[in-house]
Design a protein around this ligand. Structure first.
Ligand code: SF4
Ligand code: SF4
Length: 479
């Protein structure tokens, strides 16, 4: 019976597989089909609403937070300066950036293989802004989907002009606000406030960025919408290779649902052959923001927003059937008629993701605020200093990633000997800047046993040791 159902579903799908030839929002002529998504209500939508509030609070509050005088986060791509959790990352920290990128890619692959598009549906900024802000405003001004359709088809009367003007004004205003905060993540809140307070002529670049970002956000949320997920987003396009039959997805239980048929009241139902649980009400299609029918199976356009789960659960409730005809499940789980479990594979991937994230966090936290390199001056071997000492000349480069100037002195840590600074004073390095200097290391001849001696040099700010740097000492061969 189960096998028959599967074959039937598969054949139904094959007959109608034309939906895979083009995306749901484009017609045969290649013209855009506007998606009028209906309002969603339900348990998952309520949780998503709470998650979106958390996102909005973080998005709009984080640019105001400071740590040790710096923004908490900054992604200044033009100046190649990045701040994560208040710590500055310079081009010199490129290896950390590289490791972050690799970890990020591995994370995305493993996370998607195990949990599908959970990110897209729950925390992707595009989905949150579109579904939890702009679409809600659209519902408030133009009404639910049928009213919007009517309005669009209707003549340009006073009502339509007022509603459309209000909606687009609010959309642009919101896009303008979002773009200001977006820019704050790039240049910092202080710089943004300068752009706002100081004469426009002094901030042409910043103002142009705000205008461009506002235009892009307005275009995306008022017109481009779901196309950003289905056509542009590289993560969305990669779903085909990242997902497999064990990945958790929003799925229609065709075994339970097929053959679908219109819902009949008790008496008629007793006379009719028993249909599957899907009553073909199309509620799952109507609420879908990407305009697809999840009953056709996994599709690239599905952003995992769970609206169809809520809509279907409501219908199952209303018709006295068990909820979960559309639910989080894996393709194999549906085929085997099993509920979604936290499988061994998911556990393994989760542990791996935790390990990767912990490693990266440890790397970020242990990164030094003041760092540098010491190299022996080129073209010289060693200098004899009287009969009993030998010296080498060194160049030191220091990078200061803190927000205060530092005055640094050097001490030889693992050998008796002395350091003579060429300039005769400490090395001063400006805040978030670089400094350099030269110095001699003098060692007593009797402790030199090989041509190359490894040295450890402590870098001190006052009595506080900041870091230890290593270098080599070239001496005469042992006698
Ligand atoms: S199919 Fe369901 S989960 Fe996927 S985008 Fe449409 S409504 Fe959201
Ligand atoms: S909402 Fe549920 S019952 Fe209605 S068409 Fe979709 S899957 Fe079938």
């Amino acid at each position: 019976m189960a096998k028959q159902q599967h074959i039937q579903h598969a054949s139904t799908q094959n007959e109608t597989d034309a939906f895979r030839d083009r995306i749901a929002t484009v017609d045969e002529k290649g013209k855009r089909k506007w998606v009028y998504a209906h309002k969603t209500r339900g348990k998952l939508f309520n949780i998503r609403t709470w998650v979106s509030w958390g996102f909005f609070i973080l998005f709009f509050a984080l640019p105001f937070f400071r740590y040790k005088g710096r923004p908490l986060f900054l992604f200044n791509i033009p100046e190649a300066k990045f701040i994560l959790f208040g710590r500055v990352f310079w081009p010199q920290d490129f290896f950390i950036f590289g490791i972050t990128m690799i970890t990020g890619i591995v994370f995305i692959i493993l996370f998607t293989a195990a949990f599908g598009r959970l990110f897209c549906g729950w925390v992707c900024p595009q989905t949150i802004f579109m579904e939890m802000l702009f679409r809600k405003i659209e519902f408030a001004i133009e009404g639910d989907a049928p009213a919007q359709k009517l309005l669009d088809k209707g003549p340009w009367n006073r009502d339509k002009v007022v509603k459309k003007t209000t909606k687009h004004f609010v959309f642009f205003l919101l896009s303008f606000i979002v773009s200001n905060f977006f820019l704050a993540y790039i240049i910092g809140m202080d710089e943004l406030l300068k752009i706002i307070r100081e004469p426009a002529s002094q901030h042409i670049g910043g103002l142009s960025s705000i205008v461009i970002f506002s235009g892009v956000f307005y275009g995306v949320f008022s017109y481009f919408r779901e196309q950003a997920c289905t056509v542009i987003c590289p993560y969305g396009r990669l779903q085909g290779v990242l997902l497999d039959r064990n990945s958790m997805i929003v799925a229609y239980d065709y075994k339970r649902g097929e053959p679908r048929g219109k819902f009949r009241k008790q008496k008629a139902a007793e006379l009719a052959p028993v249909p599957g649980d899907c009553i073909d009400c199309f509620q799952c299609v109507k609420v879908c923001p990407t305009g697809i029918d999840i009953r056709n199976g996994t599709q690239m356009e599905c952003v995992g927003c769970t609206s169809c789960i809520d809509a279907c659960n409501k219908m199952m409730d209303a018709t006295g059937r068990e909820k979960g005809l559309i639910r989080y499940a894996s393709e194999n789980g549906i085929a085997e008629g099993k509920k979604l479990k936290f499988t061994g594979r998911m556990k393994f991937y989760t542990v791996l993701l935790v390990v990767l994230t912990s490693l990266l966090t440890a790397l970020l936290v242990s990164r030094k605020d003041v760092d540098g390199t010491i190299l022996r001056a080129g073209g010289m071997l060693y200098q004899e200093r009287g009969a009993d000492s030998v010296s080498n000349l060194y160049n030191i480069k220091i990078i200061n990633k803190t927000v205060h100037d530092v005055s640094l002195s050097l001490k030889l840590e693992n050998m008796p000997g002395s350091i003579i600074e060429a300039e005769g004073k400490d090395i001063i390095v400006k805040r978030e800047g670089q400094g350099k200097g030269s110095f001699f290391i003098v060692l007593p001849r009797h402790i030199i046993e090989t041509r190359k001696t490894k040295l450890k040099i402590g870098v001190y700010e006052g009595d506080h040791k900041i870091t230890t740097l290593g270098t080599n000492f070239m001496g005469p061969a042992a006698r």
